[in-house]
Design a protein around this ligand. Structure first.
Ligand SMILES: NC(=O)c1ccc[n+]([C@@H]2O[C@H](COP(=O)([O-])OP(=O)(O)OC[C@H]3O[C@@H](n4cnc5c(N)ncnc54)[C@H](O)[C@@H]3O)[C@@H](O)[C@H]2O)c1
Length: 341
């Protein structure tokens, strides 16, 4: 079996999950681990003794045999590190958020195109079997017309100083909404509160309006007593809930709907249907491993990743629009001019 020679940049809280995964996958040769922090390099060396440790990404990128780089550093460094790696001729998987501005996201997409390199964004949930199941429930018509999407990603968690809860958590929900609906929103509105640090929102309520009136509402917070990871889809025929905190029964399909019969006054003709709840068996598989295997497949086949640079750039445009709306106290910001980058 030919192994794909990779490097990991950033081995912090999340990067250490990447480290353990890349160190154990049989089809990966983890050749380099790069982190500015010496203690993290020492810890990484005990997990991946086969890899060379460095604090300098230039040393990593000078390796002519290196095929790809996974970037799991803190968000402000993503744009610069990913661009460097692409321009050095490496395929790149960059963690979310891809960049902190649409201009930087565009720059990365262009660099990848110019260099003929793979650019993939770590939108983990797109590789989650639960989200794949939601997608198939929509695509097969089982839910009927989907009216709205609602997600909650809250807990008492890691309070970041270099990004707010919107940029830290909502990339996941935005990516899933884009993936499930298969289209981009018309406008975005967001309100939030900065309670712990001035100017850095701890909680954000984001609403996206899609063509045809479909809605997606996202509630993100690192200041909440509950750990909730839940997505609800309400359709004209059925409703589905994906609860990622459930150990095994992650998806529930509620055979419930409200239908209006024609030709009679609306309030006399509503029929509420409340049927069974189905818990379907969903495929297994760890999402991070599936995401990584998709990256390896894209490196091999040169196909555009499911969460490629263009998809990532649209997510960043939405985050930027939501940030503008936050500053305008929730005023909707139109997204008519989605740039095809
Ligand atoms: N996909 C997911 O589900 C998911 C989950 C959590 C975090 N993340 C993302 O992963 C990224 C990392 O998050 P984290 O919680 O591990 O952050 P962290 O602050 O714990 O770790 C970041 C690491 O990157 C290193 N670093 C920073 N700049 C560097 C540079 N120029 N060169 C080499 N090393 C550098 C730091 O020394 C640190 O060890 C963030 O973008 C975060 O949003 C993704």
């Amino acid at each position: 079996m030919t192994k794909t020679r990779l490097a990991l940049v950033g081995t912090g809280d999340w990067g250490s999950n990447w480290l353990r995964l890349l160190a154990r996958l049989g089809d990966v040769e983890l050749a380099w681990v790069c982190d500015l922090d010496e203690a993290r390099r020492t810890r990484a060396a005990s997990i991946a003794p086969q890899a060379r440790m460095t604090a300098n990404i230039d040393e990593v990128l000078a390796d002519p045999e290196l095929k790809g780089v996974v970037i799991a550093t803190s968000a402000p460094s993503h744009a610069q590190l990913a661009e460097k790696a692409l321009l050095a001729g490496k395929d790149v998987l960059v963690e979310k958020p891809m960049t902190l501005s649409p201009a930087d996201a565009e720059k990365l997409v262009r660099a990848a195109r110019m260099e003929g390199r793979i650019l993939m964004v770590g939108h983990l949930l797109i590789y989650h079997p639960g989200v794949e199941k939601l997608k198939s429930l929509i695509d097969t018509g089982e839910l009927g017309d989907v009216y709205y999407f609602q997600s909650q990603r809250v807990n008492l968690g890691k309070v970041r100083t270099d990004e707010n809860a919107l940029w830290s958590f909502a990339p996941h929900d935005i990516a899933v909404a884009l993936y499930l609906f298969g289209e981009t929103p018309v406008d975005v509105a967001a309100r939030g509160g900065a309670f712990l640090q001035a100017g850095i929102e701890d909680v954000v309520f984001l609403t996206m309006r899609f063509p045809g009136g479909r809605m997606a509402h996202v509630h993100v917070s690192w200041l909440d007593p509950h750990k909730i990871r839940r997505i609800t889809l309400v359709g004209s025929k059925k409703m589905a809930v994906f609860d990622d905190m459930e150990p095994s029964e992650k998806i529930r399909i509620h055979d419930k709907s409200i239908q209006a019969a024609g030709h009679v006054p609306f309030d006399q003709a509503l029929s509420v249907r409340s049927g069974d709840i189905l818990i379907p068996r969903i495929a297994g598989g760890e999402p991070l491993e599936k995401e990584c295997r998709h990256f390896l497949e894209c490196i091999e086949t040169r196909q555009e990743p499911r969460t490629g640079g263009a998809h990532g750039a649209v997510s960043i445009q939405i985050l930027e629009a939501a940030q503008t709306s936050l500053k305008k106290n929730g005023a909707p910001v139109e997204l008519a001019a989605f740039q095809e980058v």
